[in-house]
Design a protein around this ligand. Structure first.
Ligand SMILES: Nc1ncnc2c1ncn2[C@@H]1O[C@H](COP(=O)(O)OP(=O)(O)O)[C@@H](O)[C@H]1O
Ligand SMILES: [Mg+2]
Length: 404
């Protein structure tokens, strides 16, 4: 048996790869240049220049908005690195902390993350949010640095998120003549995502909005071409195919989809021992790609919600219809819960889940008025093939120890 395994690897290792550097197609890879985002980076630099020229004199609070997959995160991370480096050269200390609020959903988690960026070994429990705010202020003062906090995916900060933003934006205002040493960059899809923030925080942030526009088809082409150049060997993909991929991406505008398709197509070409990517590879790759935003959403979803989502998919598959009513879904859910031996959630909770799924673009919900029975919600899944969706969800559940 051992021999077979070893030969397998040897075979694969002998195969010429189409990649020069596969990791450069990864969606989390931050390229050293962001073409077509120069204007935004210049604007940000102008806004934050004062942190270097006149440290602690002014703090900035700005909001970046723009659709998913258009380089907001990449641009801000790159910007964080640029400003830290430029400051360091002039002996000014700026600490950049990037926080994904979809991952750190509560104010407490966000604050802990900031504290830990300042003091590595800080214990995770036992402090109130106010303690944590105090610790942040103390650390920043003791270490004599300016803090630049990026709160990415701000729309996902739940419940008391408003409080947190309020406190963070007010830290400097407490004492007269205080050092202005905490700046904030909020990032969100659009302003309506931020309805959980309090009014005064909103108005603070809204004063400085930097809008990231969608990429045009031509820009998508340039970006994908660049990413292909740094990750694939020469002549592996033709300009024409890159154009095809950018056209496919243009529909959602999410570059991550394009990067994934590029990677998938390359893998398919490799598996077929081709020396370059063909249209058929792209077609095959495009067939079963799930949008990255969906995978992201699923990654951080609670178990109860994942199970409810699976119930929706199962009900849709079983009915063979495009849309199904919420009562059919509820039945499917109750059966699934029984099979899994878990306690079902309440109707109102399920209704909230539906709203979340809708907001996260996983489903569409159409409300139909019916004369006698009142209103009825019709649910559909549009973007993703149901079997693929089911497969992913079952994998997630299995990774969490649940057998379907
Ligand atoms: N102008 C660009 N040049 C090169 N890569 C880009 C550019 N814009 C976005 N990307 C890449 O596309 C992917 C998605 O960008 P990201 O910053 O995560 O989007 P957002 O935060 O707006 O959802 C990342 O891999 C990023 O590196
Ligand atoms: Mg992002």
């Amino acid at each position: 048996m051992f021999f077979i395994t070893i030969d397998y690897f040897e075979d694969l290792l002998k195969k010429p790869s189409l990649f020069k550097n596969e990791s450069k197609l990864d969606i989390n890879f931050i390229p050293e240049k962001l073409i077509h985002r120069e204007k935004e980076l210049v604007l940000l630099s102008q806004l934050f220049l004062v942190l270097i020229t006149n440290p602690n004199a002014l703090s900035r609070k700005i909001l970046i908005i723009g659709k998913t997959g258009i380089g907001k995160t990449a641009a801000i991370k790159l910007f964080g690195e640029m400003i830290t480096n430029a400051a360091e050269k002039r002996s000014v200390l700026i600490k950049y902390v990037h926080i994904n609020c979809r991952k750190e959903r509560t104010s407490y988690k966000v604050l802990i993350k900031i504290v830990r960026a300042l003091n590595k070994n800080f214990p995770k429990r036992g402090y109130s949010p106010q303690d944590l705010l105090d610790i942040i202020v103390d650390s920043v003062n003791n270490q004599n640095l300016q803090l630049l906090i990026a709160l990415d995916e701000l729309g996902y900060l739940i419940n008391k998120g408003g409080d947190l933003m309020y406190s963070l934006t007010r830290i400097n205002d407490d004492s007269f003549n205080a050092r202005q040493c905490i700046s904030i960059i909020g990032i969100a899809r659009d302003i309506s995502c931020l309805s959980n923030l309090d009014v005064s925080t909103m108005s603070t942030l809204q004063r400085n909005i930097v809008k990231f526009k969608d990429y045009t088809k031509e820009q998508l082409y340039d970006i994908l071409k660049y990413r292909a150049e740094i990750s694939l060997k020469e002549n592996v993909i033709s300009n024409k195919l890159i154009k095809t991929i950018s056209d496919l991406v243009y529909h959602s505008g999410d570059i991550r989809y394009g990067l994934n398709l590029l990677w998938k197509s390359s893998k398919i070409a490799e598996s077929q021992d081709l020396k370059y990517i063909t249209m058929e590879c792209v077609r095959l790759g495009n067939h079963d790609i799930v949008p990255f935003s969906t995978l992201d959403v699923l990654k951080y979803m609670t178990l109860q919600k994942v199970i409810f989502l699976l119930a929706i998919i199962k009900a849709l598959q079983k009915s063979g219809k495009i849309q199904i009513s919420s009562s059919v879904i509820t039945n499917s859910y109750l059966i699934l819960c029984e099979n899994l031996g878990i306690q079902p959630r309440s109707y109102s909770q399920l209704w909230n889940y539906l709203q979340d799924f809708k907001r996260e673009n996983l489903i569409t919900v159409e409300i139909k008025s019916e004369a006698i029975k009142g209103r009825k919600a019709l649910v559909a899944v549009q973007e993703i093939s149901l079997s693929k969706f089911e497969e992913i969800i079952i994998n997630i559940l299995q990774s969490k120890g649940i057998k379907i």
